[in-house]
Design a protein around this ligand. Structure first.
Ligand code: PLP
Length: 233
């Protein structure tokens, strides 16, 4: 099992390097996140032994059970939809939150971060597809949220995240990745002080190479590392 996980990671790293070469970007500038929702600590440790430094979790309750047993030596990123009443736990478990999609959530994260003497790295999650079922802020509202976050001393805005509809074909995701990059460029033009727009968190098992071709800096990969999830989430 551990050899499978290590082999999977080696294959993905090679695919990342090839996609980066096609895009003319430095493979070192792209970080591979292992998405470990539903994966038990033992297999997460195997991924860490195989060189993973970035882990992503979706659910606060699951993270509260797992993260303390694995430890904070690695970077933990919250990538799932976040209810405001769960924020109190998030600040002590995670280094980054990818799913900031509303002012109320940003303000609560800021409050808790300051209470804990921390500065949380955050990304704005954008619903580029406009699907009603998806979380994320509408693209037209992203610049406004970036301005708000720039005034919150407990948060450091690092860029944008998106999750397109599940693709039948990896190419289906490309327009959404292009849209996120264009939005990033637009927010950069607004020259908001105190924020960074360097990170684009986009691309999963089915489409991470397309995402890299379009400028992803963090790809979030679960199934290609750990295998199919038993629970369909
Ligand atoms: C589950 C999940 C992933 C990883 O998906 P895979 O298809 O297993 O690679 C990435 N990002 C988010 C937000 C997720 O919920």
């Amino acid at each position: 099992m551990s050899t499978t996980i290590a082999a999977n990671i080696a294959v993905i790293n090679e695919r990342i390097a090839r996609a980066a070469a096609r895009a003319g970007s430095d493979p070192e500038s792209i970080r591979l996140m292992a998405v470990s929702k539903t994966v038990e600590p033992e297999r997460i440790r195997m991924a860490l032994e195989a060189g993973i430094t970035l882990l992503g979790e979706n659910y606060v309750q699951e993270a509260r059970e797992k993260i303390p047993s694995i430890g904070r030596a690695t970077q933990w990123h919250m990538i799932g939809h976040l209810q405001t009443n769960k924020v109190k736990y998030v600040v002590n478990l995670f280094d980054w939150v990818h799913s900031v999609d509303r002012a109320e959530l940003a303000q609560e994260l800021n409050k808790r971060a300051l209470q804990n003497d921390r500065r949380l790295n955050v990304l704005i999650e954008v619903n580029v597809s406009g699907e009603a079922s998806k979380s994320g802020i509408a693209p037209q509202q992203a610049t406004g949220l970036a301005r708000l976050i720039s005034t919150l001393p407990g948060l450091k805005l690092q860029g944008l995240m998106t999750m397109p509809p599940y693709p039948d074909n990896p190419e289906d995701s490309r327009p959404y990745f292009v849209a996120l990059r264009n939005l990033r460029d637009e927010i950069r033009k607004a020259a908001i002080p105190g924020i960074s727009m360097d990170e684009l968190s986009m691309g999963m098992t089915d489409d991470f190479e397309i995402a890299i071709e379009e400028g992803a800096t963090i790809v979030r990969v679960g199934r290609a590392i750990f295998g199919e999830r038993i629970k369909k989430v």
